[in-house]
Design a binder for this molecule. Structure first.
Ligand code: UT7
Length: 308
């Protein structure tokens, strides 16, 4: 059986910083940020938390999937910014939803988190252990960003995306590939009480090399040509990374979905947030072929090819 996305939802806090707002407290400017990253705004949680945003996105996804909370067998939350170390964010979501039948745990794979969580969901579905699985990416990165570091603070934002995944014998996951390189982990780090520290150029070089590689790998696994995939949904880190992937793969840039201009890099939330937005816009018809790819701290990277 294949894990198929049968509902999507998202939640974004209203408040945002645009590039000019950032220029008030770090030495930067709108032109530099737009040119080097493509980002214009990033939304910032004021009242909201990782848990509250996860719950709101989850409720929207459940409504979209036409499921009740007690239909859920498993809740997976991918986050690097939990409200608390314990209990897990997934347990907090379970409590609020009343998803009494669900097993719950968190996954820590940073910006690759959604692809890792989808992989986990697929493994449980293929094993026949769980049916209805809620996968959430939720992040409050504004709480761990070093707001004095212009090389990183301009990138990140807050938000949540969620999908419901259920078994299907025709549509859903086609292939998955995940990779890690712990030896290179220092390029992007954050201690439990500290701030994000990043070697931007190193992470950039890693991303532009590994993302096309892993996309080619999943395309090969499911026997699709590059043109067979209708839509590429990459982690939203930097428009130049997306453009570089398109160039290296020789795929028309119009096949790459983008919303980083509005939300910046929301880590584990970015792919489900973008999927929910595309779904709302009616751009995800049944049978559409989609390739998702996440990459980031760990280092970690991966891709998932699926039929909608
Ligand atoms: O989810 C994965 C998470 N991380 C990423 O994906 C990040 C990947 N890396 C990047 O996106 C890019 O490396 C950055 C956007 C972080 C930086 O862009 P860059 O083109 O690699 O810039 P750079 O670090 O090479 O810096 C170029 C210049 C430097 O000045 P000098 O030495 O040439 O005078 C920086 O000091 O730009 C300067 N600079 C800035 N200027 C204005 C760096 N940050 C800023 C800034 N505003 N915010």
């Amino acid at each position: 059986m294949r894990g198929r996305i049968c509902g999507t939802g998202s939640y974004i806090p209203e408040h945002y910083y645009d590039n000019n707002d950032l220029a008030k407290f770090v030495e930067t400017n709108d032109e530099w940020i737009r040119e080097r990253t493509g980002i214009v705004r990033r939304h910032i949680a004021e009242e909201d938390t990782t848990v509250s945003m996860a719950i709101k996105a989850a409720k929207n996804a459940l409504t979209d999937a036409k499921l009740n909370a007690d239909d859920l067998d498993l809740i997976l939350v991918s986050t690097i910014t939990p409200n608390t170390v314990i209990p897990s964010t997934a347990c907090e979501v379970q409590k609020e939803l009343g998803a009494v039948n669900a097993t719950c745990f968190d996954i820590s794979a940073a910006c690759s988190g959604f692809v890792y969580a989808y992989n986990t969901a697929q493994a449980y579905i293929a094993a026949g252990m769980y049916q209805n699985i809620l996968v959430i990416g939720s992040e409050t990165l504004s709480g761990i960003v070093n707001w004095k570091d212009r090389g990183s603070c301009i990138l990140f934002g807050d938000g949540a995306g969620a999908v419901v995944i259920a078994p299907d014998d025709k549509y859903g996951i086609e292939a998955l590939s995940l990779h890690n390189d712990g030896n290179a982990g220092d390029a992007l780090s954050c201690s439990t009480s500290g701030h994000i520290a990043m070697n931007g150029q190193e992470v950039f070089r890693f991303a532009v090399r590994r993302v096309p590689e892993v996309i080619e790998e999943v395309l090969g696994k499911c026997g699709w040509s590059k043109e067979d995939a209708d839509l590429y949904v990459l982690h939203q880190a930097n428009i130049r990374i997306i453009q570089s992937a398109a160039r290296r793969l020789d795929i028309d840039i119009d096949r790459f979905a983008v919303n980083l201009d509005e939300y910046g890099n929301t880590s584990a939330a970015s792919i489900p947030l973008l999927l929910a937005q595309l779904d709302d816009e009616g751009r995800l018809e049944q049978g559409k072929r989609i390739v998702c790819s996440g990459f980031g701290a760990g280092l970690s990277w991966g891709a998932a090819a699926l039929t909608w």
